[in-house]
Design a binder for this molecule. Structure first.
Ligand SMILES: C[S@@+](CC[C@H](N)C(=O)[O-])C[C@H]1O[C@@H](n2cnc3c(N)ncnc32)[C@H](O)[C@@H]1O
Length: 224
């Protein structure tokens, strides 16, 4: 999978690329590349934003600046790009990211993530250049960079070979294997700590009973 992140802060992603599962994915041939919106801005002095029509606080990321960056990267009209790859605007009001969307994105050969800043995107960017608008939650961050990392983190760990154990991403919270429920609790050594014991069934070695217990715990958490 090739992921391009359009951002005003490409340096933020240097750390991200060194994280284990991301580094594993990169070593397998996947890519995470950043495109600096200031590098191709048609405006003087590296400007990328402007005041909102209609007034109000904050600055808005300009549509011509985004178009210039997308054209420079892909060599075509960004309106047409949408037929070939998922172009995602990260925005608080978008479709909320969940495991199903992460799985859907993990099946794509390429993703483009657009990070907003300030007051957000000129709406024509979302309307004409993007296939999706995605939110990582009902709260507002200062910019789309952390949101892009959240999307990439959950997508990349679903790619075969990214995690140390291939099974780790199969049966986990919200996965189809658990019928969309949260995962069951885990315990490890010591079996007793300060009088806090581990559920007996987990020490029994009885795989069928353990499986049943885990499913039950998972369903109970979903219900709660
Ligand atoms: C300060 S926010 C803009 C908020 C916008 N004025 C609003 O009220 O919806 C700046 C940028 O951060 C990113 N962002 C902030 N919160 C986000 C969230 N929950 N999910 C995805 N992106 C987010 C978006 O790219 C957004 O354009």
């Amino acid at each position: 999978m090739d992921i391009d992140v359009f951002t005003l802060f490409p340096g933020w992603f240097d750390w991200f690329r060194t994280q284990r599962h991301v580094a594993n994915a990169l070593a397998l041939g996947h890519s995470v590349e950043c495109v600096d919106l200031r590098a191709t801005t048609p405006l003087s002095g590296g400007a990328v934003d402007d005041t909102p029509f209609g007034g109000g606080a904050g600055m808005v990321l300009r549509v011509d600046v985004m178009e210039a960056a997308l054209r420079a990267r892909y060599g075509r009209d960004p309106v047409e790009l949408r037929a070939e790859r998922r172009v995602i605007a990260l925005t608080p009001g978008g479709r909320q990211l969940d495991d199903a969307l992460a799985a859907e994105l993990a099946a794509e050969p390429a993703l483009t993530l657009l990070c907003g800043r300030y007051e957000g995107f000129d709406e024509r960017i979302v309307e004409h250049f993007c296939t999706d608008a995605v939110s990582i939650g009902r709260y507002v961050l200062a910019g789309g960079e952390l949101a892009a990392m959240v999307v990439m983190d959950t997508v990349l760990r679903k790619l075969p070979g990214a995690l140390g154990h291939a099974d780790s991403a199969l049966e986990e919270s919200f996965s189809p294997a658990l019928e969309g429920a949260p995962e069951y609790p885990h315990y490890t050594r010591p079996a007793e700590w300060r009088g806090w014991t581990v559920p007996e069934v987990l020490l029994s070695g009885h795989h069928e009973r353990i499986r049943e217990w885990r499913r039950e715990q998972s369903r109970r958490r979903a219900h709660e």
